[in-house]
Ligand binder design. Sequence first.
Ligand SMILES: C[S@@+](CC[C@H](N)C(=O)[O-])C[C@H]1O[C@@H](n2cnc3c(N)ncnc32)[C@H](O)[C@@H]1O
Length: 258
Amino acid sequence: MSLYNYPEYYDAAFNYRDVALECDFIEKKASLFGLCENGSMLDIACGTGAHLEQLGRRGYEVDGFDISPQMVESAIKKSELAGLNSHIWVDNMVAFENNRKYGVAINLLTGFNYLLRNEDALAHLDRVADVLERGGVYIIELYHPRDFITNRPSTANTWMESSDQVEVEVDWDRERTNVDVLTHQTQSSPHIIVKDGEKSFSIDMRDKYRIYLYQEMRLMIQCNGRFELVDARGSFKLDNPLDNSRDSWRMILVLRRK
Ligand SMILES: C[S@@+](CC[C@H](N)C(=O)[O-])C[C@H]1O[C@@H](n2cnc3c(N)ncnc32)[C@H](O)[C@@H]1O
């Protein structure tokens, strides 16, 4: 069982995110570093499509895909309700099928951290380079490296959120293992208690992801050879550098397709 099979509870759990601010960042970085004129975007591991919908409402042509059929179904619903003409499909970011070219690609929250091996990350970057116009940008949000290499995590890993009649209590990092020294992978058992009207139950996940340090990402980009790293930020506030301050709590990288 995974929260990624329950889009309505995923949306409730991550209701704290400021989707409008995150989309402002994407728009600004895309116009500063890349190609915004052709107005087409690809949301990779799009989840329930909150950003896809918001960017679509702002006039961009946004497509997206995710490996979870339930997330995709939810994203399609949102896009249809907003009257968008998006192509949204189930696919794997390591080797996704699409021939269209885009000006911008995004991969938000921690989707990239699900690329567990170097080979997967490199194959993924290659696929994204195939579908981006020259000069297009790829914006990737990852965990802040501090979360794994210090004992000062950037964020609380337990929280409560609600939306409409749904309340969720999340323990995201429950039983998280130490990062494996060879694979840089870590596993946890997120535990989510859901109260939905009269119903109350829990979702127990097994989650495995890979940590990426900043220098490792630089090396991945160099090895792939088809992008240059043009910006690194510590949050979706435009002026926050990526560093070890408390205001820097994510790792957001802006890559430009050569
Ligand atoms: C933390 S969620 C982020 C979702 C969305 N980007 C957002 O900002 O809300 C991670 C998403 O990655 C998807 N995912 C995990 N592995 C994937 C893969 N190999 N290919 C495509 N999507 C994947 C999950 O189904 C989930 O929807």
